[in-house]
Design a protein. Structure first.
Length: 292
């Protein structure tokens, strides 16, 4: 595996020896866990060349967020990448990605205006800017992202469409611990008691799924998910049912996405669960009543 730290060296490395080989790309902020590695494995299974980046992107953190404290362990991450068969790991510094004077950015599209976009102003602009720049540097055929960050995936797909990037976005399922908690680098911040309380995010989603499948109104589902989390002293940002592509409120489409976010102590966690509706349950009772 080659470890590369500059954009110029990356370009040289990727132009040899077979410039036409299919290249898969996995962007990460490091602190690698099985969720990240599942993306690498999916890429390894299909691509000739697998490129991973490790970069904690300051642009996507708000002023009150955890940029400085974000877990970093390069040696461990590189060992994982090597073991999974990554060909090239790109580990740029902040100065390499944003040299003095760099101030052009991407403004995320309409999908960024809700949920995470409200809770974290500017976050998706930072994500789009770094991902666009990494796409330009790596020039992948396909890029692999996690369902764990569902709104991020939708925002990036929108950017790829709107700005005509020639890259296919592949979405991989959320990897969870045995008790349902979605793996996240931020789980490392949790105390054992908080880790216990954090399970309520997944419990809320499962409860929400059951209610939705049995025909409950989206508002009731959202309120119930919020209650499940509040019972575990989670400070809620949102608990909603949305359309998985537009992130607008769900209106009975075939697939609904349950989304939750909140703080466990000082640690902010997010999770989501897609629910495919069967024919009998796909129209919310509230809409039936209005039509009826
Ligand atoms: P991050 O390092 O948090 O920026 O994440 C890098 C990539 O890994 C993103 O595409 C995430 O959606 C994905 N990812 C993070 N956690 C998980 C998980 N538990 N399961 C699947 N993918 C994940």
């Amino acid at each position: 595996m080659r470890v590369i730290r500059s954009a110029a060296a990356l370009r040289r490395a990727l132009s040899e020896p077979e410039p036409e080989s299919k290249r898969g790309f996995v962007a990460t902020m490091g602190a690698l866990h099985e969720g990240h590695l599942s993306l690498v494995r999916a890429a390894r299974a299909t691509e000739d060349v697998v490129v991973m980046s490790i970069f904690v992107n300051p642009l996507q953190f708000g002023p009150q967020e955890d940029f400085a404290a974000y877990p970093r362990d390069e040696d461990r991450d590189l060992a994982h990448a090597e073991a999974e068969g990554v060909d090239v790991t790109f580990v740029p510094s902040v100065e390499e990605m944003y040299p003095p004077g760099a101030n052009t950015g991407v403004r995320a599209g309409s999908i960024a205006r809700t949920l995470e976009g409200i809770a974290r102003p500017g976050h998706f602009d930072g994500v789009c800017t770094v991902v666009a720049k990494l796409f330009n540097m790596v020039e992948p055929h396909r890029s692999y992202f996690g369902q764990k960050d569902a709104q991020q995936v939708a925002v990036i797909k929108q950017m790829v469409r709107d700005l005509a990037f020639g890259v296919e976005i592949v979405v991989c399922p959320t990897v969870r611990d045995a008790d349902g908690l979605a793996l996240s680098s931020r789980n490392a911040y949790l105390t054992p008691r908080e880790r216990e309380r954090a399970r309520s995010l997944h419990r809320a989603l499962e409860t929400g799924r059951e209610l939705l499948e049995s025909g409950s109104d989206a508002d009731v589902v959202g309120e119930t998910m919020a209650r499940v989390m509040t019972e575990s002293a989670i400070e809620i940002d949102y608990a909603s049912v949305v359309d998985p592509e537009t992130f607008e409120p769900w209106r009975g489409e075939d697939v609904a996405l349950l989304v939750v976010a909140g703080k466990v102590g000082r640690t902010r966690l997010i999770d989501n669960l897609p629910v495919t509706m069967s024919a009998e349950t796909s129209t919310p009772p509230s809409l039936l009543r209005k039509r009826g």
